[in-house]
Design a binder for this molecule. Structure first.
Ligand SMILES: NC(=O)c1ccc[n+]([C@@H]2O[C@H](COP(=O)([O-])OP(=O)(O)OC[C@H]3O[C@@H](n4cnc5c(N)ncnc54)[C@H](O)[C@@H]3O)[C@@H](O)[C@H]2O)c1
Length: 399
């Protein structure tokens, strides 16, 4: 069976490799020529535990090819971006719409288009179904994997398949069941759309609760981590960790879809997203307080450790550090110094590529990301003043 995976980014590439590894004949299509060239040169395009090993195994021993061309096959998997419109907060479905339009130019009757991209409830019915100009089937199979543990989760996560035609849903379930040992639940398309967005919204709201607690505790000189530790000993309480903000393309994006679509109802979600978005500015405020306390007068002596949106990955999209640097533009002329071991390219001003050089030039380190590099080398910070937003260092200032 041939499967054409459209979009070979963080989701599409691991998905294409996993399907090929499970024995399917896979063609991965991306309109980014450079990306396809890199893959055809035998190189992966981002770092993820186990990705390179699977890539090498699959390109040497299994049936896969990477191209910029769309194919005529029985099954399509669409894994293209779904950002949100910053004004309306609604999902911006243009990439999915364009990808489906392209597929329709190539596919034959009775083929199945599976949309893995996250979309808001009703998007497929409202925006994709009207494009369909031949007898093809639509399915929604939202992806749940977490960067940093993608390869494991692709094999073990349970999944949701949304199909309005039950027998098509059952066929698609058979395909995914060859890739995961997790349970696969069949439902209708709109419910599947809703589940995915709700899952990420649940996380966002709970993170916002922890972030708000951090602010309240700091205001009243209480240790938020001690409070959370004690509360979590209650059998029905499970508070998450506060942090410097939320980034990436899921938890900082998908809940907005609900705010955009249900503005008169999604009050708590709206407030939670605003709290999470306020955290980078809050970190800056804490930094100012700590500078004052320690007689540091020059922001040139302050540095941010970590640019990516989470630890041990190279994905920096919407990251709290980038949000903080953006917020800082309103207050300071000179951008803060920044370092991240996972970012090799020059991404922002005053960026360092060597930890020791970075530390040499600053007095106050703000830990934004808990990469293993810093967790395993905390002794390097012993002469520094540290604002630790990730709670990895005893005795450091906290949020
Ligand atoms: N990254 C994650 O952790 C994650 C987790 C779960 C779900 N998702 C969802 O998965 C979807 C994809 O996210 P991603 O992080 O893989 O995005 P990405 O930006 O890493 O990759 C998308 C790829 O699609 C390609 N593309 C866009 N339009 C195309 C078209 N018409 N034809 C061919 N190629 C096209 C782009 O060139 C890009 O390489 C999004 O809806 C996202 O919300 C992402």
């Amino acid at each position: 069976m041939k499967i054409n995976v459209i979009g070979l980014g963080y989701i599409g590439l691991p998905t294409a490799l996993t399907l090929a590894n499970a024995g399917f004949n896979v063609i991965g299509t991306d309109y980014n020529k450079e990306l396809v060239k890199t893959l055809n040169e035998g190189k992966i395009t981002f770092k993820e535990d186990g990705l390179e090993e699977l890539f090498n195994e699959v390109i040497n021993n299994k049936n896969i090819k990477f191209t910029t061309e769309y194919q005529d096959v029985d099954y399509y998997i669409i894994s293209v971006p779904t950002p949100y419109d910053k004004m309306s907060k609604k999902v911006d479905a243009k990439y999915v719409i364009n990808a489906v339009k392209e597929v329709l130019n190539y596919c034959h009757e009775d083929s199945t288009i599976i949309i893995e991209s996250t979309v808001s409830p009703g998007t497929i019915n409202k925006k994709i179904k009207p494009l369909i100009n031949k007898k093809v089937h639509l399915v929604h199979a939202p992806e749940r994997i977490i960067p940093g543990n993608m390869m494991y989760e692709l094999k073990h996560n349970s999944r949701t398949i949304g199909a309005d035609e039950k027998e098509i849903g059952a066929k698609v379930k058979e395909i995914y069941q060859k890739t995961t040992d997790g349970d696969i639940i069949l439902t209708d398309i709109k419910s599947a759309e809703m589940t995915k967005v709700v899952e990420n919204t649940f996380r966002a709201v709970n993170i916002a609760f922890a972030n708000e607690l951090a602010k309240i505790c700091s205001y009243d000189n209480l240790d938020v981590y001690e409070i959370i530790k004690i509360c979590n000993m209650h059998p029905r309480v499970n508070i998450l960790e506060p942090g410097p903000g939320v980034g990436g393309h899921c938890i900082s994006v998908d809940p907005w879809f609900l705010v955009g679509d249900y503005p008169f109802l999604a009050k708590l979600i709206n407030e939670a997203m605003n709290i999470n978005d306020s955290m980078p500015e809050y970190v800056l405020k804490r930094a100012r307080e700590i500078m004052e306390e320690n007689n540091i007068t020059d922001f040139k002596r302050v540095g941010l450790y970590g640019i990516t949106y989470k630890e041990n990955v190279d994905d920096y999209r919407e990251s709290p550090t980038l949000q903080l640097l953006e917020a800082q533009k309103n207050h300071l002329a000179e951008p803060l110094k920044v370092y991240d071991p996972f970012i090799k390219e020059d991404l922002v001003a005053n960026q360092y590529h060597n930890l020791k050089d970075f530390l040499q030039d600053i007095d106050l380190v703000i830990i934004m990301v808990k990469h293993n590099e810093i967790v395993n080398n905390l002794d390097l910070l012993k002469d520094k003043i540290v604002l630790d937003t990730k709670n990895i260092m005893k005795g450091a200032y906290k949020l």
